[in-house]
Design a protein around this ligand. Sequence first.
Ligand SMILES: Cc1cc2nc3c(=O)[nH]c(=O)nc-3n(C[C@H](O)[C@H](O)[C@H](O)COP(=O)(O)OP(=O)(O)OC[C@H]3O[C@@H](n4cnc5c(N)ncnc54)[C@H](O)[C@@H]3O)c2cc1C
Length: 501
Amino acid sequence: MIIDDQYYDVIIVGTGAGGGTLAQKLAPSGKKILLLERGDRMALDNQNVANVDVFKKERYHAPEQWYDQAGEPFSPQTNYAVGGNTKIYGAVLMRMRSRDFDAVPHQEGIAPEWPLKYGDLEPYYTAAEKLYQVHGDVGQDPTEPDRSGDYPFPAVDHEPLIQKFVDAIAQQGLHPTSLPLSLTRQTDDPTGDSEVFGVDAALKFDHVTLKTNARVVSLHTNPSGAEIKGVQAEVDGQAILFSGHIVVLACGAVNSAALMLNSANEKHPDGLANSSDQVGRNLMRHQMTVIVERGGTNNSGKFPRSVSVNDFYWGDNDFEYPMGHIENSGGLLQDVIFAESPPLLSVLAQVMPGSGLKQLAMRSVGWWAQTGVLPDANNRVRLQTGKLRYEFTPNNTEAHDRLVYRWIETLKALERDTNAKRSAVYPRGESPTQVVGYQSGTCRMGSDSATSVLDINCRTHDIDNLYVVDSSFFPSCASVGPALTVMANALRVGDRLLEHL
Ligand SMILES: Cc1cc2nc3c(=O)[nH]c(=O)nc-3n(C[C@H](O)[C@H](O)[C@H](O)COP(=O)(O)OP(=O)(O)OC[C@H]3O[C@@H](n4cnc5c(N)ncnc54)[C@H](O)[C@@H]3O)c2cc1C
């Protein structure tokens, strides 16, 4: 193994929402920073794909297999590249609602309180929205949390077809609001991500180094086990050992936990920072169902998601528990999760020629219903004979089913009230196991080291110089997407690291 002769102030492993954002935050400090990223730069023509090509199965799947709770192998839809999953995400950057940070009763149990409150994160949400050029309007959303300022840019216009839906939804007494989106305002690469706004911004500083094709395989501690002394990576197939003062993991919730478990040693026999037996546990993932509706008229199939409906976020007249969030899917020719999910399109994609599929996609409108789950210690990542086990059984399913049915009822009412041609069926499908992009919670944050892995600053309770800033730290899973909270938290942890350094 080659021993790298440099010593870094901070080594960040992974360059997605957490790692890329943290690098940008630390870079102006003059500290020597190393970014290790297992993927490469993603070619522009492989990003932002908007044609029937997205329906080609396994387009954005990692070239590896994980194993589900039944031991069945699957290829996860996760993107190993500079910018991580933000290179393929929907770029919807929503704040968690302020009550999401409290203990929230659900039908099947209580989502635990966060050691942070919304007010602690609010300044960082504001900073993250500025960094990622979020376009949005405060609007009428009844769940919108207090904000210290407006969005940095106004919301984009809805596609004309979608505007008609927005008007009709409002006529039902609901509160459709513009989805906040990260946009670059560049036509060749329209959505904002952690490569553009995080990594590339950090690399403008000389003392920041990025190594791509650098997969970290193990972390080594000093003899007492109190500090990380070496970060072992395979860089273009060559084993190299790096060292630094602080090591920050940002590999995504599944891979950070797997790396800590894989780095077990004499002082940490069950994996690093795992004295509480919590590393890998409480894996969470949104329940997501796509609902397809006939659009009436043709659309381009290539427009951003733009509508959010949160009227059922905290429940409904006959259901007092949180149900979740609704958004439109945007043009169906560009939604990469959608391409995996709806029975109608994904089955047809196997048999239909591209032109027929394109026509069908352009005549349809898609809606996402998203509901959080409760943390469960038995939902977990673990390693078994070198294989990554991803063991997840959804819970809180009645709340999600109610949201889906409530939304279908709403769509029927819209069609009736606007005299639109009525859809006989609303094909729908829940996102399958391989859709793992909304993962969170495998190294949860808490003040009690017996029940959590990270302290409030996302430092591991057990190892002084080891931090985790990806979506692993979530103690519970709200129904809005996790990306903005990961970014805001990375900025917050960045402040703590700068004080420490
Ligand atoms: C198709 C899709 C659509 C989505 N849409 C939205 C959305 O609209 N809104 C939203 O809020 N969320 C969305 N998400 C989720 C969002 O992308 C994630 O929540 C967010 O990217 C998580 O950030 P992270 O830092 O935890 O991990 P990631 O962004 O996944 O970054 C992890 C990084 O670590 C690297 N890495 C992994 N293992 C190693 C290793 N051993 N060594 C070195 N590097 C490693 C990876 O290559 C990657 O770059 C979507 C996800 C997907 C897949």
